[in-house]
Ligand binder design. Sequence first.
Ligand code: UD1
Ligand code: CA
Length: 480
Amino acid sequence: MSQDRDLAVAILAAGLGTRMKSKLAKVLHQAGGRTLIEHVASTAAKLTAPERIFVVVGHQADAVRDVVRAAPGLSGVQFIHQTEQLGTGHAILVGRQQLQGAAKSLLVLYGDGPLLGEATLRGLLDQHSQNQAAVTLLTAKLENPFGYGRIVRDAQGKLVEIVEEKACTPSQREIKEINPGIYVFETAKLFAHIDELKTDNPAKEYYLTDMAAVLRRAGLGVETRFAPDAHELLGINTRAELAAMDREFRDRKAQALMLAGVTIYRPETCVIDSAVEIGPDTVIGPSVALYGNTRIGSNCVIKPFSTLRDTAIADNVTVLESCWMEKSRVESGASIGPYSRLRPGSEVCEGAHVGNFVELKKTRLGRGSKASHLTYLGDATVGDDVNIGAGTITCNYDGVNKNQTVIEPHSFVGTNSSLVAPVTVGEGAYIAAGSVITQDVPAGALGIGRGVQENKEGWVARRREKNEGKRQKAKDKRQK
Ligand code: UD1
Ligand code: CA
């Protein structure tokens, strides 16, 4: 039942999340490099078709919609608009039109529980289809249940009601069995009774949790399933919980990579997004951050304090300390760093070298070429086996346009040269050190663009003599 036609999913994501103390809607905060809503919606998409997934949006509805629609496999997800957030029960109430006919069963999830896994949900759905209840909900035990709704049971162990923290009596507060907020309803029975929800609670809200007691009073089956891994069911309400969740995702990612043959030193200091791929026998040093769709081949070394975003690194590449790369490509055998910056659109070809304090932007550095020190190459195409001397600058911007520099294969750019674009250095040409090159240099030529040096013999002694005379005059004046 990988895509269950009898199942629709509602994900509640309309709240601001007051306890986050943020202007950003809670579900747009990120853990493990992805927004909370993306985590929950992609888990839902493993159970049913996106057309039967409904996200209830309210706060920053447009932004939440955009994030979900842009996520892989989620473009078909539907939305329900909850203009006023009058509670989790109200969120379902406003979706009645769309949800009622969507499917036989309705799984309700909260958008702030990103760690929830597919297997746990399948267990719940299986149990629900066997027990024929009106609702089956997950429960879990927490050592510190503060903030969660408590599961109140009768002497026979049957669920009586769910009581929110704020409404708990002192003895109910002691209950460690909690409601993680994951329910599967018989859709028809839910909507037959949802109007019975009242707002007679401290928050004056329509609580979805009250549906348990409502359905029970109607004589319908209310079943629970105990989830042994409470951890996976945790919701995020505060920044501290967000940080703990983020750490959990990072730990899991690092563990998975290590099991797949990647060495990570001090994995607890590394930040690796879930989509990142790394080949076996690559060694990742401490405090490395790998974001987005970064892919690293096998047998690479990434030294400490480097950050890579959406960057593709082939096999056998060395990245020394403290490099910053974004939307770039590095071919096999190349070496980068320390302290190199590859800005978007950079391409470092096979065996090439980018050294310290070198910045590339929209630049291709050809095979075996080297830019080892203190250089800026922007909007440049550098051929194979080119040597770029220390301090070379492509002057790519004239204040209006970005212009191209072409440096053809086997050429040599002397240190501290400025190449004023648009300009081409022909194949095998040399540029004299300290040149300002404003015209194309033909293949095989030497381009020199600098003031001619003149040496003035004996100048130092003459100057000293002159200064000595002046000093003596001043002294005589003072003594008068
Ligand atoms: C809720 C449960 C509580 C449970 C806990 C688990 C209720 C009344 N309480 O409490 O029993 O232990 O989750 O994490 O359901 N939302 C809307 N519209 C609204 C209100 C909320 O879409 O009008 C969304 C929020 O954006 C959020 C989710 O529902 O994603 C849960 O809301 P939240 O305020 O975090 O509920 P809790 O107080 O944590
Ligand atoms: Ca919550």
